[in-house]
Design a binder for this molecule. Structure first.
Ligand code: AMP
Ligand code: ZN
Length: 112
């Protein structure tokens, strides 16, 4: 737990969120400012600043987070979806607690 981290506060329940899945390692909740009709965030319970702060000890956790994306996307009714991990301020990261964005369900997503 990092005291000023908004996602740690969601993990410990002190900030409400619309949780769609949780287990001992991760919590998954809807993004407060969705960019598509379905947009959720896969967040580890443990505080890790970003993908750049991960190393081999996080391999299983990262794999688990990625494998949850298609499972939960399907449960949310998505056929196709996009995953995104913003890393560092220059990479568009605003919340410095690693998370995987999963979104889709509107128009076909534009090619990047
Ligand atoms: P990023 O730019 O990758 O760090 O994404 C942070 C995401 O967290 C943004 O899409 C925000 O809309 C989302 N977000 C911020 N605060 C909350 C919150 N309290 N509940 C749900 N999502 C949030
Ligand atoms: Zn945190």
């Amino acid at each position: 737990m990092t005291t000023d981290c908004i996602f740690c506060k969601i993990v410990n329940g002190s900030i409400p969120s619309k949780i769609i899945f949780e287990d001992e390692d991760v919590i998954v909740f809807n993004d407060i400012k969705p960019i598509n009709p379905i947009h959720f965030l896969i967040v580890p319970r443990v505080h890790i600043d970003s993908l750049a702060a991960c190393d081999v000890q996080h391999q299983a956790l990262l794999g688990k987070m990625l494998l949850l994306a298609p499972k939960l996307a399907k449960e949310q009714g998505l056929i196709g979806f996009r995953t995104m991990i913003n890393t560092g301020r220059e990479g568009g990261q605003e919340v410095f607690h690693i998370h995987v964005h999963v979104f889709g369900g509107g128009e076909q997503l534009p090619k990047l």
